[in-house]
Design a protein around this ligand. Sequence first.
Ligand SMILES: [Zn+2]
Length: 342
Amino acid sequence: MAIEELEAYRGRALDALSAVSDPASLEAWYRAHLAPSGEANTWKRSIGQQPKDERKAFGQAINEVGAALADAYAARQAAVAQAELQRRLVQEAVDVTLPARARRAGGLHPSVIALRQIADVFCQMGFTVFESPHVETDYYNFEAANMPPHHPARDMQDTFFTTDGQVLRTHTTSGQVRAMRCLGPGPIRVILPGLCYRNEDVTTRSEMQFHQVEGLLVGPTVRMSDLKGILMAYARAMFGPDQDVRLRGSYFPFTEPSVEVDIRCTLCGGDGCRVCKYTGWLEIGGAGQVHPVVLGHGGYDPAKNRGIAFGLGIERMLMLRHGIDDIRHFFRNDLRFLANFR
Ligand SMILES: [Zn+2]
């Protein structure tokens, strides 16, 4: 009687096991049957209740059932693990036939590209590059450039001041006296490229930061006519071999005489158009003969030496060359704009 019930239990347990298909229900089946509190062990504890002469055979039958369930469990466990692995392989499959994502390479900023081109042009004429600090003392930015305290020309340049009384350089002219003191007292021929900063309202025509290239020649034989030749070479390298340069009288505190530098209009070729305000000329920078006071600050005797200097706006040059109508494009980091200059 008990043996028959035991056999019926074996059938039920194996049926239940064959329905198991995932790790959670396999675990539940194990707890119900093979665990210490499971049904297979309940059978073992019932041996003592059997008639004495049947106990041996009943015990053997229970052991057989227990072994059969353990074997079936092990086989099921392996099958479930295999099925689980298959499921994960399908779920985590990678489609190797998908096209690869294109990697976009970075590029140099248009102003940096232009600075390098300009450095090439001037280096061919024997100039070297001289770097000076962006955070500058009042002395080098203003006083050494012939703008002592209370000089009205300081109002021409709205200035950013640091909390310790220094300034963000408003022009690359701040490096002139540094270059003279560092490289003098002999003749020098340098360009000073870099960012300048002005506390100005940002508009299509003006930004709080912009790149300039300053040029400086000092020596006993330097003359204003050299200035025009150098600027002509620059204009032709940047705007084409037929370019022309015009110098127009102006005022800067650090040069005497001072000139504005114009090139023939790149749009109308000099006939007159809206961009050049019907003059036929476009301004690209300022220049002049270095003021004797500035030469003195640099350690040169103005009676024996002369200097010429020029300051060229880089973004201004690029706007003219490429017909860009808004200087703010240069500092917006918009890839749609920047990618045009690779
Ligand atoms: Zn024009």
